[in-house]
Design a protein around this ligand. Structure first.
Ligand code: ME8
Length: 517
């Protein structure tokens, strides 16, 4: 048996200062889709997510609510864990930065950076955004009409002046720029890459990496009145989960990470600070950082004050988990911002899923059930149309793989649904219902070709809609062990004579509640 190549993929770890919103769910669903795709394609996948539990933002949110940070975590972290269950996220590990394994790992990387001469004590005087947990140069800030100073993400900044440990980030400017030049795939999409290159080219200041004015975090080794900057702590989660500072077992196997999937607002931390911390500690930089876009509700940024924060659990309950997963991954070009609305979700559900895929499966498999005792027919000689249909289906894997190499999830789904559309045209043109009386052998061939295409589409739909794709594969009697992408090879065509269960609908049509009564 050949050894499966390792593939380590992560989401950002969310701040549980509130409950999860659709932006969190979106990132997790997309990452899950990539993880599942790679697993089905023969990789040994490690998929990590979790929560970022320290920092001033967590502490302040707790204080405002009259809670301790622990109480705030006890309230919100279970919601992030429930999101994993609800959205069927195939994670291998859920890391919480308040865990002991994480304190050990974070203090270890600090000590390595210090031993390398990259940490020194001085005084920080500059701007800080608690909402972003980020330091900004004055030139990156602006004053709004009300005279409030804002950082580049539009969040308020405050003046901070205190004793602090610094990381010698400035020493890594050249190495970072050469790394970006030599590894053009390191930051994706390209727009994000350009933004980072121009930021680093502008010159890097050393980074303040500890604070003394609060205690909700990991203490600096040997100087516990200093609490580590939350981003040193947060980024280290990716290697804590591989048992760092033990660099032999999982770390040796899975590091460097294949891709960190994050939102575009936190590219700087992942593509500038993180490689520098790792190099300082004598470790390799991740292979790729992918910055996805933001989700907007009907074109408006989700915000508590606008009152349009959509609860992902409500969406799942209203439309179904697989419909939501499919909708966001198909509708939003991965890497770009996206908007969603009830109408757009219903349209995708009814057109792509209920009509195009659901009806095709229902109609063809019902004909097999009614006319052929539920046994997969034996195909006769294949016509040019049959051959063309099968060739198109056989071409899906290569196209999907190519798209997924660059995390173009939407292009992979376009490739699969182009085959679904063609299968509908094929089915309508061949009209097997008319052949039933005139040429039953030909009807059998058409039904076999259609069922084989459904098998292939269902195998390829598993990463996006795990539960519905499994139901479809049950309907074409494919056992659990024969659902990997290796089974897309023409050598594994749907076997004639296989007994199929009575077909049932897999993709419910969305009916407006008022229309349903
Ligand atoms: O940034 N649409 O946590 P976070 C899409 N703890 N994605 C969105 C979004 C939206 N409307 N809003 C947020 C943090 N996100 C840090 C990460 S990683 C070592 C530490 C994304 O809870 C955001 O871009 O603010 C980020 O990738 C993730 O959700 C968590 O955001």
């Amino acid at each position: 048996m050949s050894v499966k190549p390792p593939f380590f993929i992560t989401t950002a770890i969310a701040y549980p200062n509130g409950v999860p919103h659709m932006g969190h769910a979106y990132e997790a669903i997309a990452t899950d889709c990539i993880a599942r795709f790679k697993r089905l394609d023969g990789y040994d996948v490690r998929f990590l997510t979790g929560t970022d539990e320290h920092g001033i933002k967590m502490l302040q949110t707790a204080q405002k609510a009259g809670l301790t940070p622990r109480e705030l975590l006890d309230r919100n972290v279970p919601r992030f864990q429930a999101m994993v269950e609800t959205f069927n996220l195939s994670i291998d590990d859920f890391i919480r930065t308040t865990e002991e394994r994480h304190r050990i790992s974070t203090q270890a990387i600090w000590e390595k950076m210090a031993a390398n001469g990259d940490i020194y004590k001085s005084t920080y005087a500059g701007w800080y955004s608690v909402r972003d947990e980020a330091y900004y140069a004055e030139s990156e800030t602006t004053l709004n009409d009300a005279g409030v100073r804002l950082g580049p993400q539009g969040t308020p900044v405050e003046w901070v002046e205190e004793e602090s440990y610094f990381f010698r980030l400035s020493a890594y400017q050249d190495r970072l720029l050469s790394y970006y030049a030599e590894h053009p795939g390191f930051i994706a999409p390209d727009s994000r890459r350009n933004e980072v290159v121009s930021f680093v080219s502008g010159g890097l200041q050393d980074l303040s990496i500890s604070r003394t004015t609060f205690d909700w975090g990991i203490p600096v080794p040997g100087d516990p009145k200093h609490i580590m900057y939350v981003w040193v702590d947060a980024l280290t989660n990716y290697i804590t989960a591989l048992d760092y500072p033990d660099v032999d077992g999982d770390f040796a196997k899975y590091w460097p990470a294949d891709v960190h999937v994050i939102g575009k607002d936190i590219i700087r931390f992942h593509a500038v600070y993180w490689p520098a911390f790792l190099w300082s500690a004598g470790l390799e930089a991740p292979k790729r950082v992918f910055g996805h876009g933001f989700l907007f509700n009907r074109g408006e940024k989700m915000s508590k004050s606008v009152g349009n924060v959509i609860d992902p659990f409500d969406l799942a309950a209203t439309y179904g988990v697989d419909a939501i997963r499919y909708f966001f991954l198909r509708e939003v070009a991965f890497g770009q911002d996206g908007s969603y609305s009830h109408e757009a979700i219903v349209n995708r559900m009814n057109a792509d899923l209920a009509n195009d895929l659901g009806n095709l499966a229902q109609r063809s498999l019902s004909m097999i059930s009614k006319n052929l005792n539920g046994l997969v027919p034996t195909p006769g000689p294949l016509s040019a149309e049959d051959e063309a249909m099968l060739a198109l289906a056989d071409g899906m894997l290569a196209k999907s793989r190519e798209a997924m190499e660059s995390q173009a999830i939407h292009l992979y789904l376009n490739a699969v649904w182009a085959v679904v559309a063609e299968a509908n045209r094929y089915f309508a043109a061949q009209a097997p219902w008319a052949l039933r009386k005139t040429d039953p052998a030909r009807m059998e061939t058409v039904l076999w070709v259609t069922a084989e295409v459904i098998r292939q589409v269902a195998i390829l739909a598993q990463p996006v809609m795990p539960e519905s794709a499994a139901k479809l594969l049950d309907l074409v009697a494919i056992p659990a062990g024969e659902r990997g992408f290796d089974r897309l090879d023409p050598a594994f065509r749907l076997a004639a004579g296989l007994a199929l269960p009575t077909p049932v609908g897999v993709f419910p049509r969305y009916v407006e509640p008022e229309a349903a009564t």
